[in-house]
Design a protein around this ligand. Structure first.
Ligand code: PEP
Ligand code: MG
Length: 573
């Protein structure tokens, strides 16, 4: 048994066999085949073997040197070795591995055996064997794009995972947990996992090199604890925790209809962050009062970027209509870029987090932007839609965005297409300049939503997805907290609501501070709503205000963390 500790990125307990996916080493695609595909996969293997054998014997015939002759002779011996072929066939038939993956596993066994013999000649043959494996793999895959396909329940262990790779994963129902060497708790893979209720631990450094394919892994997404090859005791403890978790979830769902209030009756609007249509059902089930953040760029990643958003109108309309009676839907316009690489919209940049992303891209490509704005406006005919802009960093950008909305409204009116003329327009505050200018911004919009995921990243100059500096990525840094408080105050002075839609809204330990600040709404992954509602119900506003005042007078995040811990453990601050 080996234990690992890293960043808890998405709640939940899971146990399963490791499915390893590494970008650097894995020239071979790994996926499971279905039972009825075994024969096809085995036939592909035989055909690859025949082609490679023919290639080797042709080359043996043409060989001019002894070393070449030796190489091709060994490779032919290998190709003709019935044990190697049987081992590969076994992986396909019994483990349902695709042929290339099976070749890799069977070859690794031979390589392991040869590495331990003392005969130098045999040891030197390893390179020839790996070479022949590559030839067979190339025959089988061509230049196949890496793609994750799951047909059995697994814990996905990867060096890193692109948001687009996770979105393209086939067999998502088999994905029981995610363990990544890289990443932070607010990187978008973690956000997706949290939204889908898949436990995740990230920032595990070289975990994917330390575990073996198929090794049993227990993942605790609450604490960031991962156990490889657990013993009986650990498995029993896991099963107990898993049952408790299920009971707890069922209880929270039963209480979904109660409104969110603090113990002294202060009302909070709890909304959902959603990335696709499926999330809407979860949001309604969890009792959310609206969608505080619909990340529209995920549809572009999933279905392929479109410059003509009329093809998204059906989805936007369906989302607005399914939410009728459950609060408003806040469509955030395209936030492509950063760690959300949308093929077709984003190019390669040296510094994508500070680059041509979100409204910066949209204001350069007004044709695309206006098309999206019009589609959102059309969905607003249901009367429950709001529109919000991401990554605003100057007033001029916001002015331009608002002007485009007005233009789009005029066009729709001219074409007699219905929309909500009073649609609320808001902006994310997630760039320090916008936070500092939030008094002026609050004069221009109907609401703001504070995106702490990016705000923390930009205030502290810490890439939110980089595990090497994850210890510096802290929403409890006093510089961040003072800025968030300033934004809330600026909004309230101008009589507009201030919400928070970054991950801290779903962190029970941070809630007392957000209550103390007087945030009006909190938007989070649907599955977090029950727990946050419960936490709110234990808090008294004056206590939270006192805590906040004490915290804001601190200069070090360590002191803030201690104070918060004391408060959350019921000790006086
Ligand atoms: C944020 O930055 O806090 C936010 C909610 O947006 P995203 O996580 O999509 O960047
Ligand atoms: Mg953001």
């Amino acid at each position: 048994m080996t234990e690992f500790e890293a960043v808890a990125a998405a709640d939940g307990h899971a146990m399963g066999k490791a499915f390893i996916f590494r970008h650097d080493e894995m020239v071979v695609p790994h996926f499971h085949v279905k039972k009825d595909e075994v024969d096809k996969e085995t036939a592909a293997l035989h055909s690859a073997f025949s082609s490679v054998r023919k290639y080797c014997s042709d080359n043996l015939g043409k060989a001019v040197s002894d070393s070449e002759r030796a190489l091709y002779s060994v490779q032919i011996l290998m190709i003709d070795d019935p044990e190697w072929l049987q081992a590969i066939e076994g992986y396909i038939k019994n483990d349902l591995y695709n042929a290339a993956w099976a070749v890799e596993c069977a070859t690794a066994e031979i390589v392991r055996a040869l590495s331990s013999v003392s005969d130098e000649y045999m040891k030197e043959r390893i390179i020839d064997i790996v070479d022949i494996q590559k030839s067979v793999t190339e025959e089988l895959t061509g230049k196949a794009r890496q793609h994750i396909r799951l047909v059995r329940d697994v814990v996905l262990v990867a060096d890193n995972l692109l948001t687009s790779e996770l979105l393209a994963l086939e067999g998502i129902q088999h994905l029981k947990a995610i363990c990544l060497d890289a990443g932070g708790k607010t990187s978008h893979v973690s956000i997706l996992a949290k939204g889908w209720g898949i436990p995740a631990v990230v920032g595990l450094k070289d975990f994917s090199l330390q575990v073996k394919e198929g090794e049993c892994i227990i993942v605790d997404g609450y604490s960031g604890h991962v156990t490889a090859s657990p013993g009986k005791k650990q498995i029993a403890a896991y099963e107990k925790r898993k049952q408790e978790e299920k009971d707890e979830e069922a209880r929270l769902i039963r209480e979904a209809d109660t409104l969110a209030r603090t113990a002294d009756g202060v009302r909070f609007i709890l909304q959902a962050n959603v990335e696709d249509r499926l999330g809407i059902g979860d949001a309604i089930k969890a009792g959310c009062e609206g969608i505080g953040l619909f990340r529209t760029e995920f549809l572009e990643m999933k279905y392929g970027a479109t410059e003509d958003f009329s093809i998204r109108e059906g989805i936007y309309d369906e989302i607005a209509s399914s939410m009728l009676g459950h609060g408003k839907v806040t469509f955030r316009t395209l936030d492509a870029g950063g760690d959300k690489f949308v093929e077709g919209f984003c190019g390669k940049e040296d510094n994508p987090l500070l680059g041509w992303r979100a409204v910066r891209f949209c204001l350069d490509r007004k044709d695309i932007f206006k098309s999206q704005i019009s589609s959102i406006l059309k969905a607003s005919r249901h009367g429950n839609v709001r529109m919000m802009f991401p990554m605003i960093s100057t007033l001029e950008e916001l002015e331009e965005c608002i002007a485009l909305v007005e233009e789009a409204k005029k066009e729709l009116s001219r074409r007699r297409i219905p929309f909500d003329p009073d649609i609320e327009i808001g902006t994310m505050i997630e760039v320090p300049s916008a936070a500092i200018l939030s008094d002026a911004i609050a004069d221009m919009v109907d609401f703001v939503s504070i995106g702490t995921n990016d705000l923390v990243q930009y205030v502290l100059a810490v890439d939110r997805g980089n595990e090497k500096i994850s210890h510096l990525y802290r929403a409890d840094n006093p510089a961040v907290l003072r800025l968030v408080k300033m934004v809330v105050d600026n909004c309230h002075e101008r009589n507009i609501p201030a919400g928070v839609c970054g991950q801290i809204a779903s962190e029970a330990d941070m809630i007392p501070l957000l209550v103390g600040m007087g945030c009006d709404s909190l938007s989070m992954p649907p599955l977090s709503v029950g727990r946050i509602k419960e936490r709110l119900g234990t808090l008294y506003k004056p206590d939270c205000e006192k805590l906040l005042n004490n915290v804001l007078s601190m200069n070090s995040h360590e002191r803030v963390a201690e104070m918060l811990k004391d408060f959350n453990n019921g000790r006086k601050t």
